[in-house]
Design a protein around this ligand. Sequence first.
Ligand code: GLC
Length: 459
Amino acid sequence: MKISDFLKVGIVTAGIMMPGQSLLAQKQVDKSVEERMEWFSKAKLGIFIHWGIYSKGETSESWAFHNGRISLPDYMKQAESFTASNYDPKEWAKLIKDSGAKYTVITTKHHDGFALWDTKAGDVSAVKSSPAGRDLIAPFAEAVKDEGLKLGFYYSLIDWPREDYPETYRDKPPKYDLKKQPERWQHFLDFNNAQLTELSSQWNPDLYWFDGDWEHSAQEWNAEGVVKLLRSFNPNVVINSRIQGYGDYATPELGVPVTKPESKWWETCMTVNDSWGYRIEDDNYKSPMTVLRMLVDCISMGGNLLLDIGPRADGSIPQEEIDILKVLGQWTSKHQEAIYETQAGIPAGHVQGYTSLGLDGKTLYVYLPYRPNESIEVKGLKSRIKKARVVGTDKELTWKHYNDISWSEVPGVYYIDVPEDVVDPYITVLALELEEPVKLYRGAGQVIDFNDTDQSLQK
Ligand code: GLC
């Protein structure tokens, strides 16, 4: 049976379909989205890896030939340098784990079609087309699982160089019109589905990160069928949105959102310098502080940061990237409490800094990417603070609560003392423990038509 036939019936299993299995499979497919997104919503930090032909460091990933900066044959020729001779997947997985990330997403295949695993569905792979000569996904998947991390596969739906892929941008006119030659398009879809079947049946990833969906509609991709196929292997597999709306979460790219995205689950993907893959000439690395700011910015809006690194063609990771991941690790291990078990914080304006809330809403975390002079101010907080402390230390903080008057709706303003000796070299995090789940005053202030200052002086 061809994969496309499986998709028509909508149920696929990794092995052979047994009678009566279809109902069960169907039930699993319906498993609540909340449940399958639980680990994702608590992960907060993931590490993206772009590794492939382009990792020689001279061109961008795939786009170089697409945009005509290099010919396709010259681009593909770079595979001759793809040795993976210093590839140490255990080291990679350890580095990722130690950074505090809870998941990783690796490019199993970019838009150039070069597969990092031993695909039987096509001829372009690290095994068949490069001196690496071996499956590079297998040992990585194992190492990632051994470290207890969630495994994500980036998979490009588009495969520009393939003869049966009608690219709509570079080829003018496209190689063919898929409406006129549906069987040729189906041939391409069968190829994609065969590759996805290989990936799912061999490594059962926790997440798929699709890319390139913009070139065709959901119907043309058979997006629904692809999702069904993947969920038949793993009903809980998390799928990003780049499959024409059939995914679970949004993927804003290269910019932390300014306002909280509408999608309940989301992740900003971000380069560590200016490139997805390794570039010899790109030394515009973000500082650890910049990356940490981006991380807490995402956390403060209830999202994740997927930070990208680009190993070289030999599998070595540039020292600058290692250094950034190590600083991330120091900061995340100290501040665990204010990272993983949190939800989006309160609106801007109440406090200068980013905020998040504990899952019960009773702890307000305040992230200070600056050195406060004397104290920080928290206004509009109706719930009373019962304790203020510095996350990752045993330090408690004192505060003053001004204009806390019982005859006004407007709550008093807290000034929380933050002495120099509790300040973190990167981002200090305060935990403000509240007497009840957070309640805010969001008004514009008011004129008070009754006064009893004697009462407050008696306190
Ligand atoms: C883009 C690009 C791609 C990159 C990806 C990562 O859509 O096509 O080169 O891999 O985003 O987010």
